[in-house]
Design a protein around this ligand. Structure first.
Ligand SMILES: *[C@@H]1O[C@H](CO)[C@@H](O)[C@H](O)[C@H]1NC(C)=O
Ligand SMILES: *[C@@H]1O[C@H](CO)[C@@H](O)[C@H](O)[C@H]1NC(C)=O
Length: 346
């Protein structure tokens, strides 16, 4: 299962090394402590490059480097740019983290932003991403229910496309796929009706679509979102387990597109939102981060009053399943995702 990750080409690894610049895109001058923030980001970028170099072409290792680096960029935010954690750019960064890191899991610090957060993004990208993630999980469950029924029926599923009831399976799999896609895509229009859909994450489903489930999508060779009008007409997605959202627009039946770009609203964040010390975890590490910069003079006079961000566990677990990474598909998230896909496809 891991073999597809073991032979990343030198070119792919080189492309992934370029991702070390994939930080949060927040201008240092907007941060509570610009100099700390630059230093922190530079440090993460350097370590990311050497992490990738040390992988010697092992794609699984390269993916882990990306996960760890994104976590550390989040620490840089908590440490010295906590005043921008509800901004559009931080939301986009967390979206990117979920896209490139198969082991990423909620909760993520400051994400999604609370309702009416100060200096929040005009479109709640966090909520859109969360809806996409939960739609993905629900789609996986929906498909499992199809597989489990089959397993119960025949004990074993060598190749769904060869089964007698292949058509029925294709229909049920297609119901799951259309509901998942609709829940995810509809969220952009529903949560951010005034924002241009592409900016509101309308293309994200292409990145998170769980098309890797064994054999299931071979029974749907021609599945396409644009073919979902009839399916959604006849399917109650809530009954199939898609319970986190209310809107399941059909491809031909969307509300008007918003036209706004992304911008910040609601004032400023004047103190670290999580208090001075933030502790958070992902599967691979627990981090404790101390916020700095909220009293620049005090910070300047206490040279030891410096932010620390330490991983309690330096080793990252080997991904025991390639399902997450293999699910990544090119979408609106740009070169970063394309780079990871290059590894996932090997
Ligand atoms: C940062 O900006 C670049 C250039 O516009 C873009 O390609 C990239 O996706 C952005 N990254 C994030 C996390 O928003
Ligand atoms: C609305 O936005 C979607 C996603 O960007 C796009 O595919 C579609 O063509 C747009 N519709 C109109 C009427 O512009």
């Amino acid at each position: 299962m891991l073999s597809k990750f073991l032979f990343a080409s030198a070119a792919t690894v080189a492309a992934l090394s370029g991702l070390a610049n994939a930080q949060t895109n927040i201008t240092e001058n907007d941060c509570a402590s610009s100099s700390e923030y630059s230093r922190c980001n530079r440090d993460v970028a350097d370590k990311w490059s050497s992490c990738v170099r040390n992988c010697n072409g092992n794609g699984n290792c390269v993916v882990d480097c990306g996960c760890e680096s994104h976590q550390k960029y989040i620490n840089c935010m908590a440490e010295s740019c906590w005043n921008q954690v509800y901004s559009c750019k931080y939301q986009l960064f967390v979206q990117q983290y979920f896209a490139i890191c198969p082991s990423a899991q909620e909760p993520i610090p400051f994400w999604p932003p609370p309702d009416n957060a100060p200096n929040r993004c005009s479109c709640d990208l966090g909520k859109v991403t969360q809806t996409t993630l939960s739609s993905r999980n629900q789609q996986v469950k929906c498909m499992r229910a199809v597989t489990d029924k089959l397993t119960g029926d025949i004990g074993n599923i060598p190749d769904l496309s060869k089964l007698n009831d292949g058509l029925d399976i294709a229909n049920r799999a297609s119901d799951c796929a259309c509901c998942g896609a609709s829940a995810s895509i509809s969220a952009s229009w529903d949560i951010c009706p005034h924002t241009e859909p592409t900016l509101a994450g309308a293309d994200m489903w292409g990145v998170f679509f769980p098309s890797d489930l064994p054999n299931l999508y071979t029974s749907l060779p021609n599945w396409a979102w644009s073919s979902c009008d009839a399916t959604l007409q006849d399917t109650n997605c809530k009954d199939l387990g898609f319970t986190d959202t209310d809107k399941f627009y059909k491809p031909g039946d969307f509300p008007n597109n918003g036209t706004s770009t992304l911008y910040e609203v609601g004032g400023t964040v004047s103190a670290p939102p999580s208090g001075t010390v933030l502790t958070w975890s992902q599967a691979s590490a627990t981090y404790t981060v101390t916020a700095t910069g909220y009293d620049r003079k005090a910070v300047a006079s206490q040279s030891e009053y410096r932010a620390t961000a330490t991983g309690s566990d330096e080793t990252f677990p080997v991904q025991t399943s390639d399902s997450g990474a293999a699910a990544l598909r090119t979408g609106g998230l740009g070169a970063v995702v394309a780079g990871i896909v290059a590894v996932a496809m090997l």
